[in-house]
Design a protein around this ligand. Sequence first.
Ligand SMILES: *[C@@H]1O[C@H](CO)[C@@H](O)[C@H](O)[C@H]1NC(C)=O
Ligand SMILES: *[C@@H]1O[C@H](CO)[C@@H](O)[C@H](O)[C@H]1NC(C)=O
Ligand SMILES: *[C@@H]1O[C@H](CO)[C@@H](O)[C@H](O)[C@H]1NC(C)=O
Ligand SMILES: *[C@@H]1O[C@H](CO)[C@@H](O)[C@H](O)[C@H]1NC(C)=O
Ligand SMILES: *[C@@H]1O[C@H](CO)[C@@H](O)[C@H](O)[C@H]1NC(C)=O
Ligand SMILES: *[C@@H]1O[C@H](CO)[C@@H](O)[C@H](O)[C@H]1NC(C)=O
Ligand SMILES: *[C@@H]1O[C@H](CO)[C@@H](O)[C@H](O)[C@H]1NC(C)=O
Length: 670
Amino acid sequence: MSQIHIMNLQLPYCFCFFLLLQLPFSTNGQAYTNVSLGSSLTTVGDLPAWTSPSGEFAFGFQQVGDAGYLLAIWFNKIPERTIVWSANRNNLAQRGSTVQLTADGQLVLNNQSGTRIWTRPELGGSGAAYGAMLDTGNFVLAGQAGANLWQSFDEPTDTLLPTQNLNLGGELIAPYLEKNYSDGRFKLILQDDGNLVMHTTAYPLTTSIFAYWTTQSSIGSGHQLIFNQSGNMYVVATNGTILNPVFSNSVPSQDLYLRATIDYDGVFRQYVYPKTASGGKRWAMNWTTLPNSIPSNICLAISYSAGSGACGFNSYCTLGDDQRPSCRCPPGYTFSDHDDDRKGCKKTFISQDCDHPSQEIDSFEIRDMPNTNFPYADYEVFSPVDEDWCRQSCLSDCYCDVAIFIDGKCWKKRGPLLNGVTDPSLRDKALMKVRIANWTAGSSAKKRDPSALIVTGSVLLGSSIFLIVLSLLGIYVFFTRWNRQKRKVIPQHHVIRDMNLQNFTYNELETATGGFDEELGRGAFGPVYKGTEQSKTTTAIRGTKGYVAPEWFKNLPVTTKVDTYSFGILLLELVCCRKNFEINAREEHQTVLADWACDCFKEGKLNLLVEEDEEAMEDMKRVERFVMVAIWCIQEDPSLRPAMKKVVQMLEGGVQVSVPPDPSSFISSI
Ligand SMILES: *[C@@H]1O[C@H](CO)[C@@H](O)[C@H](O)[C@H]1NC(C)=O
Ligand SMILES: *[C@@H]1O[C@H](CO)[C@@H](O)[C@H](O)[C@H]1NC(C)=O
Ligand SMILES: *[C@@H]1O[C@H](CO)[C@@H](O)[C@H](O)[C@H]1NC(C)=O
Ligand SMILES: *[C@@H]1O[C@H](CO)[C@@H](O)[C@H](O)[C@H]1NC(C)=O
Ligand SMILES: *[C@@H]1O[C@H](CO)[C@@H](O)[C@H](O)[C@H]1NC(C)=O
Ligand SMILES: *[C@@H]1O[C@H](CO)[C@@H](O)[C@H](O)[C@H]1NC(C)=O
Ligand SMILES: *[C@@H]1O[C@H](CO)[C@@H](O)[C@H](O)[C@H]1NC(C)=O
């Protein structure tokens, strides 16, 4: 799982590198202005292409990961090789496929066994005399008289280029994901009635479901969507009158590449890319979004009774600082598919038992989500009531998954939740009902210990599972040796070096806590501060100003009894607090190892991890317990993570540790 993820992380680089290798400006200066009959391209070898005279556009095969090849047109002079059109996005060609302009003038895509899987012009018509990749990005098949028999501009996929117009009935379908070009969940269509509309689709079908943006006023008279050379886009009537401006950005097209694309998130955007470094003084050397994307806030725009909304079921949509929507899971929920955040979220806990609601009443709690609503999906509404009434009503109702409270009204809703959105303009407060964590078999769940906050914070701040698992094993190994040597003083620097711990610098801590803004309380080893990381969840950083790890060791009450376990917890905290928000390529190795550790745990082969330590081998139960505790501590859902007190009990063996949920979904999400 993590391997897949790592691949994704590296894809942009590998992909570009690969293309640079494979397409060394593939034409070597030759301008394929005219593709003559009999010409062909294949997916075998160095992927040659038919380029436009300027070299700015090319037609040929593009490799899509390991999945196959796309017969496509792309911007050929920029490293990104951005695809603007494709023939077979729902049916990738495999290695050995070819595209040929046949002797009888058909442009044919054959699969590796020679079967035609795509042909233009449609069979029955007369064949082309030649084909040509034009500098506009249009690939044309011309007849004997030079007239176009077919052009790619008439069959757009998700992108329009300047001078490419959309006729009545013409549509763009968003890709499924950024790097998955198959038909996605949104489309833009110039309807036969002249109305330009953006729809959600009944995925996996492409039929329209809900119109989330439209140019109403062109109904009845709209004739064509024009995208002119300078970037203006508008709907015109038959007589040429502009009925509706769509984009009014005007850009110097001689300096910039320009495209309008309906992205996988359902937003129609205009992008520019400087043609040369000097032409791009104002612009970064990558695709920049022009102002006024459509719709301006898709999170609020999509809301209807039969569908999930802008994001998947049970998730919520929110606009980031970059004005792009992102899909997230509410407390107590996690992504159904970590590689596809638009597939929605699932509960991480067992729903309330309707047969014995009274026995379960203390097992649930409400988490507040301000400025949040889940329109539709409600089954009951109460008014006038106060917020506390609303909370209690949801808690004691086994059907209720969330209650929305606003202005004395309480709407109870049940899953799957629809149209979730968090936006500052909303005054609604979502009261999410989640099960209180129950991580130790046989012990009843209690109200969460405030010290759980520390673990929550620590775990939110740290994500290096490998380090946690390894250090727990390390602690074990260290202490068995330490006990053997009957040493009384903790060799702190030795430990720090061996664990390869990274200390926090003062600056890192200052940033993480917003300048030690809010002190939440004082623990045994120092104050606890509220964190301010992007997650905007309450996090806590424990420590004193300055270098934290040494401080902690300095403050360690060596005169009191320091047993294996409390020292272990201390180390666990240290390891968890390692500032490590981004796992990058360098840490690939660690992630793989973490995965391996978890696999070993799942398969009951923990001894593989401690192969070389005989003493550890002797006490596998203990090691297993450590690993299970570690896995509980790194659960994605904070409510599942044990409180510090419980961690102590679990490590000591006083409480039986239940088998934790599969952590691999968490690993893949890092
Ligand atoms: C392209 O090829 C066709 C057929 O060989 C020929 O008639 C036509 O003149 C050529 N056009 C150009 C621009 O070379
Ligand atoms: C080629 O396409 C045909 C028709 O879709 C299909 O039956 C055949 O299995 C394909 N061949 C390969 C090798 O995929
Ligand atoms: C794109 O996503 C669809 C839907 O999940 C999936 O069936 C398809 O295999 C994906 N294509 C690629 C190239 O990953
Ligand atoms: C594009 O359309 C806008 C609005 O009609 C117009 O002002 C502009 O001159 C046009 N640009 C070109 C190159 O035709
Ligand atoms: C062009 O067509 C539109 C809509 O059909 C109409 O309102 C407008 O008067 C026409 N303009 C001219 C100059 O004919
Ligand atoms: C665009 O390029 C600039 C500079 O090359 C870089 O700072 C920025 O992060 C890039 N943006 C994206 C979205 O890649
Ligand atoms: C916690 O889980 C155990 C077993 O998984 C179960 O027996 C117990 O009833 C649960 N406790 C609560 C309060 O849900």
